[in-house]
Design a protein around this ligand. Structure first.
Ligand code: FES
Length: 216
């Protein structure tokens, strides 16, 4: 065997060994990365419940939290807002005023306010047309939305409109009401998103499309 031939063989062997070691290094390097994602972070990404202290949200304001990688609004509605939700002027514009499309809310949110407690709306902040995030437009009668706008959500992508219960207007691109996720009250201040209420702690005594009080 020629000297040059031996050198070539050694170089080939070295290159192969380095490649294997390189591969092993890659695997070894990726393990700490996987381990560094704590169980709670992984569980959260997979959809663990999220708790919100609703006592910190002022009347008329809303906050956005993340659940299952989706934005969720928690809105504290004022008595005025609630009253407007049952007004005839609004109801006649709505495509599904009684929340009849089952997929859009759990049964305990199939009521006049699409919520457990009237004052707190918990709703996924994605337009049911092509999943844009609509804008919170709580003001009454702004010039761009018209004098009869009672406050609601407006999707700038293609012009869909929703009221402050997430009910969709007629004749807009969005086909259905915004989605109400499972949620429950842990106590008077804390709402947990991602978990259904325990039996007996659901909205009661409110007919779809009608007014009334909840949670007994
Ligand atoms: S995504 Fe909202 S109207 Fe199209």
């Amino acid at each position: 065997m020629h000297h040059g031939e031996v050198d070539l063989k050694r170089r080939t062997l070295l290159a192969a060994t380095t490649a294997v070691l390189g591969g092993a290094g890659l695997v070894a390097a990726s393990i700490p990365f996987i381990r560094s994602m704590s169980p709670s972070a992984r569980t959260r990404a997979a959809g663990a419940p999220v708790q919100v202290d609703v006592s910190k949200i002022r009347a008329g304001m809303q906050i956005t939290v993340e659940w299952r990688r989706k934005p969720v609004w928690v809105l504290h509605r004022t008595p005025d807002m609630l009253e407007r939700l049952t007004g005839k002027d609004l109801l006649r514009h709505l495509a599904d005023r009684a929340s009849e499309v089952d997929s859009q809310q759990p049964s305990y949110a199939r009521n006049a306010y699409r919520s457990i407690e009237p004052e707190h709306l918990v709703v996924i902040a994605l337009c049911t047309h092509l999943k844009c995030v609509p804008r919170f437009r709580p003001e009454v009668g702004p010039p761009d939305l018209g004098r009869d706008w009672p406050g609601g959500y407006f999707c700038p992508c293609h012009g869909s409109k929703f009221d402050l219960a997430g009910r969709v207007y007629k004749n807009v691109p969005a086909p259905t009401n915004l989605v109400i996720p499972p949620h429950r009250y842990v106590d008077d201040k804390v709402v947990e998103i991602g978990v259904d209420p325990v039996a007996g702690d659901e909205a009661k005594g409110v007919e779809p499309g009608g007014a009334g009080s909840h949670r007994g």
